[in-house]
Design a binder for this molecule. Sequence first.
Ligand SMILES: [Zn+2]
Length: 85
Amino acid sequence: MRSSLIGKIEKARRYAKEPGRVTLSGLTADFHGENAEHKLSYSDGKWSCTCSFFGQWETCSHVMALQEMFKLELPKEALASLPEE
Ligand SMILES: [Zn+2]
């Protein structure tokens, strides 16, 4: 029992170094902005943020920051509005 758990822990450590194995299908976050707190989510292929900029542009610095932070874990369509480098 114990030795098989140790095997799982070792496998988990190996997996944890391979972010390409995980694709987030959704996420929610509390974003501590410079001036205010914002609630963000990504679900059903759509981003949302409670900041006023998002309401007009459907993206904002908070969404862009999360896209950058989770570049390897988010599906391609979640990164669609990320500007080219
Ligand atoms: Zn925002």
